[in-house]
Design a protein around this ligand. Structure first.
Ligand code: S3P
Length: 432
């Protein structure tokens, strides 16, 4: 489906965005491993979380939809899953596949997990290697590197593992597998990836300690919770934050949005570039901070994004590249090689598409250089089947002269169903 985006003068309003995708996956998967019926409110209804729901149902987990975004999961305890009758399909979702590898490794049955064309090209050795060290019996396509992945459940033993790349998905798979072990599993990270798994495990009563980038989980104990509230997804909010920053005379409030320190790198970087963004009404529920973000239009100046800043804004790098096309001076983003292994090779895809619109973006081996400000001019753009590309290009379309056509725009449904409708409602003159 093509989506046509015309430039608009401003956006104004008070909005909420869909539930956080990362926290939703964990609510579903850890909820399924817990005891009793667990209500989850504001769950993401995007395609990725639907993939987690479908896989868990195939493993015998009862998940009921109780309202538009209200669900309940019938926790089965860590060993309460049943052998799936067919191949598990993680769709486009790396989080579903990698976290479930940790869960499946500790079961007593056989399973196969695969995904769509994009997911079947993404690196899986990073999760298979540590799980094998724990005693998992796993084989995978292409010399053990990509999905489909076959897992024959076995008994697992703890490891002490230093992550070679910052990856919350790999870290989480090991911590989940650690729940099946007798004794303490340790994961060490040099650059801190998002810590939603650690927070949710603590909230559910797991025996977990975190200090200075070292996470230690002790297996055995049962997980329980009265319920989980999923705050709005800061990665989805990022597109509105960017639009309100770039469009003159804009003012936008985003309520109930997640403010986990491991996820706010984009907001921090935009602020360094001169953006007027404030947060207030910050509260915490199930260990996750959330609150209101207020944004006003501002002029931006170039910045330097250094490698240690990447993990806290890894999914927002395409949006930041767009911001940099409108900032005065040369922005450099370094240490971002991981972007090549996402739903598309995001360094290549964002450079190509922003240049197509008139940007001056140079692709480097581990990052991007962007010269600004440049005037963008609408044209037909590709998404490479990548939701974050489509969402970034939609914002580009709002500031570009003329019309921007986004091919295969329905891919936004992976993380943000209803995005285009919500965007359409924001060009009015309501005061925030
Ligand atoms: C995610 C972790 C990140 C991120 C992805 C979601 C998660 O990936 O890019 O969109 O929910 O754990 P990595 O594990 O590769 O850092």
């Amino acid at each position: 489906m093509d989506e046509k985006i015309n430039s608009i003068p401003r956006i104004r309003g008070i909005i909420e965005v869909p539930g956080d995708k990362s926290i939703s996956h964990r609510a579903l998967i850890l909820g399924a491993m817990a005891q009793g019926r667990i209500p989850i409110s504001n769950l993401s209804t995007g395609g990725d979380c639907t993939s987690s729901i479908t896989c868990l149902r195939s493993l015998g987990v009862q998940i009921e939809k109780q309202g538009q975004k209200e669900f309940s999961v019938e926790g089965r305890g860590i060993f309460g899953f049943r052998e799936p009758a067919t191949v598990l399909d993680a769709g486009n979702s790396g989080t579903t596949m990698r976290l479930l590898c940790g869960l499946l490794a500790g079961q007593s049955f056989y399973s196969v997990i695969t995904g769509d064309d994009s997911l079947r090209q993404r690196p899986m050795r990073r999760v298979i290697d540590p799980l094998k060290q724990m005693g998992a019996r796993i084989s995978a396509s292409d010399g053990g590197t990509t999905a489909p992945i076959t897992i024959v459940g076995s008994s697992l033993t703890p490891i002490d593992y230093s992550l070679p790349v910052a990856s919350a998905q790999v870290k989480s798979a090991i911590l989940i597998a650690g729940l099946f072990c007798n004794g303490e599993t340790t994961v060490r990270e040099k650059d801190r990836s998002r810590d939603h798994t650690e927070r949710m495990l603590r909230h559910m009563g797991a025996n977990i300690r975190v200090a200075d980038g070292t996470i230690v989980v002790r297996g055995g104990g049962a997980l329980t919770t009265e319920g989980i509230f999923v705050p709005g997804d800061i990665s989805s909010a990022a597109y509105f934050i960017l639009a309100a920053t770039l469009l003159r005379d804009s003012c936008l409030e985003i309520a109930n949005v997640g403010l986990n320190p491991g996820r706010v790198g984009f907001v921090k970087t935009l602020r360094c570039m001169g953006a007027e963004i404030s947060t207030n009404n910050v509260r915490t529920q199930n260990e996750e901070p959330f609150g209101t973000i207020k944004v006003r239009s501002s002029a931006l100046r170039a910045t330097e994004v250094t490698p240690e800043m990447i993990p806290a804004m890894v999914d927002e790098a395409p949006a930041l590249a767009l911001a940099a096309t409108q900032a005065a001076g040369k922005t450099s983003i370094r240490g971002a090689r991981e972007l090549r292994f996402k739903e598309s090779d995001r360094l290549k895809s964002i450079a190509t598409e922003l240049n197509r619109l008139g940007g001056r973006v140079t692709e480097r081996e581990d990052g991007l250089e962007i010269e600004g400000p440049t005037e963008l001019v609408g044209t037909a753009c590709r998404t490479y089947g990548d939701h974050r590309l489509a969402l970034t290009l939609a914002v580009a379309g709002l500031i570009a002269k003329g019309q921007t056509v986004i091919k295969d725009a329905e891919v936004v449904d992976i993380s943000f169903p209803g995005f285009f409708q919500q965007l359409g409602g924001l060009s009015g003159d309501r005061d925030a």
